[in-house]
Design a protein around this ligand. Structure first.
Ligand SMILES: [Zn+2]
Length: 407
């Protein structure tokens, strides 16, 4: 099954825009209500019987079940009968809002995300099912909202069925994201001859094993410094004042521009890398924990996680290239030429200098070579080239078994 998501800009008239705003607001209320219900339940279970607060305590009967998704969805159906506001919004949209909350709670447990917060504003909502014959040139038909005009920046994909639609509110207007699905399966790309190892760098954005150090472009950095300037200016404005709001809007627009520029550059870079090679290997890094650590600022600014985990695999898939993640442990501590362990490097140490074979190269490039070697083993190809292009000798082949262990 193949899923593609296309984004179109919506051209709403005043009435439609109001309807979208109202739906967003109802979704927000439902989300916040459901969240408070869960919060109260959890708090009511926390206080010990013998030492509860003398002022106030959450009391919910011991036999009342935890308000999980099913429970809350049932209550929503009942509430809709007496609340005209809830009734006026598509039922599936509201259920989807409850699901979003449910996912926030399960992500908290599974992925270690923070406790879900109340929303000051809702940015989007989803129609999980589409109507029949809902697509026409320049317009889309949605439940509750009817026909909406779009700016048809690209044709709908042929052979695909629209499955889901999401309306997103951004600083520059409303957008419609349609998920198209096709039942056809897509065969895995064959393993090609040329391979490329990528190291997500601190100094450079990515380093390749061919010695290329790719840095984030200047225009991206410029936009980011402009953003910081505006944010600093915001501090001096009175919160909520007319000028504050104006600046806030300006910042939101610039944020969107930076995100778009970055995304565009990521796609170009991914396509460029695909031009170079058949197989791409990357490190399996948890970018969330990474971005909390020492390299926080750089990694967030450049969006490296989004590039490695979302855009690059997508482009590789589209262009039938192999994309594979390999074990990240110790890629900077290993010599790519002889496979020996060279010990830990300080972050400031930018050059790899092997004490066993004397191989010298930039640190990130060596890491990329190690990643490439691990990737080749994972796809079952011989590691037949070292940095100089020589065929590995018997001694080096024996090191391969060590490499396999760390995969
Ligand atoms: Zn060496």
């Amino acid at each position: 099954m193949i899923t593609l998501t296309y984004q179109y800009k919506l051209k709403l008239n005043k009435q439609q825009a109001q309807e979208v705003e109202r739906t967003l607001e109802v979704c927000r209320c439902v989300y916040n209500f459901a969240l408070s219900e869960r919060k109260h339940w959890l708090k009511s279970r926390k206080s010990p019987v013998n030492s509860c607060s003398i002022h106030s305590e959450y009391i919910i009967p011991a036999n009342s079940p935890y308000p999980n998704y099913n429970n809350q969805a049932k209550k929503l159906t009942i509430a809709k009968k007496s609340n005209p506001n809830l009734k006026s919004v598509n039922a599936q949209v509201l259920q989807q809002t409850l699901k979003t909350l449910d996912k926030a709670f399960s992500d908290m447990k599974a992925k270690g995300y923070g406790f879900p917060r109340f929303k000051k504003q809702m940015k989007s909502f989803v129609f999980p099912a589409m109507l029949k014959n809902c697509l026409a040139k320049g317009k889309v038909k949605l439940p509750q909202l009817g026909w909406l005009k779009i700016k048809q920046s690209r044709d709908y994909p042929t052979g695909f069925e629209p499955k889901q639609a999401r309306i997103v509110k951004k600083a520059t207007g409303y957008y419609l994201m349609i998920a198209f699905q096709s039942q056809e399966s897509c065969p895995d790309a064959p393993v090609g001859k040329v391979s490329l190892g990528l190291d997500a760098g601190i100094e450079s954005f990515v380093a390749t094993n061919t010695g290329e150090l790719i840095k984030a472009p200047k225009f991206l950095l410029q936009a980011q410094s402009k953003l910081k300037l505006l944010q600093r200016r915001l501090k001096h404005k009175t919160k909520g004042s007319h000028n504050w709001l104006k600046l806030q809007k300006k910042i939101a627009k610039l944020h969107e521009k930076v995100a778009n520029t970055r995304r565009d550059w990521h796609f170009k870079l991914a396509n460029y890398l695909c031009d170079l090679t058949d197989n791409i290997f990357v490190e399996d890094i948890n970018f969330i924990s990474w971005s909390r650590g020492i390299v926080r600022k750089q990694s967030l600014d450049s969006g490296i996680g989004q590039f490695i985990n979302e855009i690059l695999p997508y482009v590789c898939w589209k262009r039938s290239k192999i994309y594979l993640k390999v074990n990240k442990d110790g890629t900077s501590q290993e010599c790519s030429n002889c496979g020996n362990h060279t010990g830990k490097k300080q972050l400031s140490e930018r050059i790899h200098n092997c004490q066993y074979c004397g191989y010298t190269a930039p640190r990130d490039v060596v890491s990329a070579e190690v990643i490439k070697n691990r990737g080749l083993i994972a796809v079952g190809q011989p590691v037949n080239q070292n940095a100089c292009g020589d065929v590995l000798t018997g001694l080096l082949q024996s090191n391969l078994s060590e490499l396999v262990k760390c995969l």
